[in-house]
Design a protein around this ligand. Structure first.
Ligand SMILES: *Cc1c(COP(=O)(O)O)cnc(C)c1O
Length: 377
């Protein structure tokens, strides 16, 4: 591990710019070879100090809200797309000033806003989210196709007349998946929506493509994009979030105390509930550098945060030596879905945000204080 984590205050998120660039190079390879457009889904990663770097490789951003659209517009300055389950009347004018593409979740939403879009000076491409009723995601929390899902229109609701004026279709049904899941999904999309695709200008295949994961089948992805693009004469968009920042960040924490209650316990200045909420929501167990599974090394600890939530438990980890107050622990893969989701529950401060590269060392991007906690309440 080359990064000298001992030197920084904790808790801190550290994003490694060199690793981020490596991910971006892989994504750009897909863009160029497949002839598609890749957008950063800001929902996963909105650390805008990296947007100038990301802008060198990707086509722009996608957004889930007015604020994300504005951030992408101001900080990246390339294509801005948006999809939200519903838009607010009082925000729509401003959304139009930032966005190149607007994707509607329902035909009713499209009906409500189509006049506004038509009368807008700047031309905006509009699309509809479709629900292919097919997903290989097994956790309902992340499955946009479970029965009764609020995401997208099913093919039974559509007709040529209903789609009049729309120039694109959008689906998002993947989560941390390989190209095979996309290929299966596209079979359903073609079956159910293929007849409409010939009239469209673009197809947005959403996020959830784990393109930067080591075992991801990039060539299979490129092949299926080229096939769809050619068959229906479409522009293709992908909007991964996680894949942009996958394995590029860390959360560095300090051990505050250890004690025993049936098990050895370690209390950290980083919290699952406040600083890595997906550990509890997903749930999953993040890797700590130098640690083993429960029982793998002599000293197993149950690690948790310094909040009053009984379930603020990160997981069970073993170490070669006993933990001591002051020891630093480095959690891996902490760039995405962390800074964008964290909170100050219990008045616990937010981690600082740092950028690191081998050439420049650490750069402090942001630090938080009492005022950040108070100002939201
Ligand atoms: C969440 C989301 C994304 C990004 O998903 P990742 O799993 O982070 O790649 C893209 N598009 C839409 C519509 C989303 O809801």
């Amino acid at each position: 591990m080359g990064i000298p984590f001992e030197k920084i205050p904790t808790p801190s998120y550290v994003v490694d710019e060199d690793l981020l660039r490596k991910n971006l190079e892989r994504l750009q390879y897909v863009e160029q070879k497949a002839g598609c457009h890749i957008l950063l889904a800001q929902k996963a990663f909105s650390m805008y100090s990296t947007f100038p770097l990301i802008a060198k490789y990707l086509s722009g951003v996608t957004s889930s809200s007015l604020f994300e659209a504005r951030l992408g517009y101001e900080e990246m300055g390339k294509e801005v797309h948006i999809y939200a389950p519903a838009y607010k009347e009082e925000e729509f004018e401003e959304i139009m000033t930032y966005c190149d593409h607007i994707v509607f979740n329902s035909l009713q939403q499209w009906g409500r806003y189509k006049e506004k879009v038509a009368n807008n000076v700047k031309k905006i491409g509009c699309g509809l989210r479709i629900n292919p009723e097919y997903s290989e995601i097994t956790t309902d929390l992340y499955n946009p196709c479970f029965p009764g899902s609020r995401f997208g229109e099913k093919s039974s609701q559509l007709s040529r007349e209903a789609l009049e004026g729309l120039e694109g279709l959008h689906f998002h049904t993947l989560c941390e998946q390989n190209a095979d899941a996309l290929i299966h999904t596209l079979e359903r999309v073609e079956e159910k929506f293929g007849k409409y695709l010939y009239d469209m200008k673009w197809l947005n295949m959403g996020g959830g493509h784990h393109i930067t994961r080591e075992d991801y089948e990039v060539e299979a992805l490129i092949k299926v994009i080229q096939h769809i693009k050619k068959k229906y004469d479409l522009e293709i968009y992908l909007e991964p979030g996680e894949a942009v920042a996958l394995n590029t960040g860390y959360l560095v924490a300090t051990v505050l105390d250890t004690f025993e209650n049936d098990k050895l316990l370690g209390i950290l200045d980083a919290s699952a509930a406040c600083h890595m909420p997906d550990v509890l929501e997903m749930p999953y167990r993040p890797f700590i550098i130098g640690s083993g599974k429960e029982g793998e090394y002599p000293y197993t600890y149950r690690l948790g945060g310094a909040t009053c939530l009984a379930g603020d438990v990160i997981g069970d980890y073993s170490f070669k030596k006993p933990l001591q107050p002051g020891d630093k622990l480095v959690f891996c893969d902490m760039a995405h879905y962390t800074m964008v989701k964290n909170n100050t529950f219990n008045g616990v401060n937010l981690p600082s945000i740092l950028l690191y590269s081998e050439e420049t060392g650490f750069r402090l991007i942001k630090e938080f204080a009492y005022e950040d906690f108070k100002s939201r309440l």
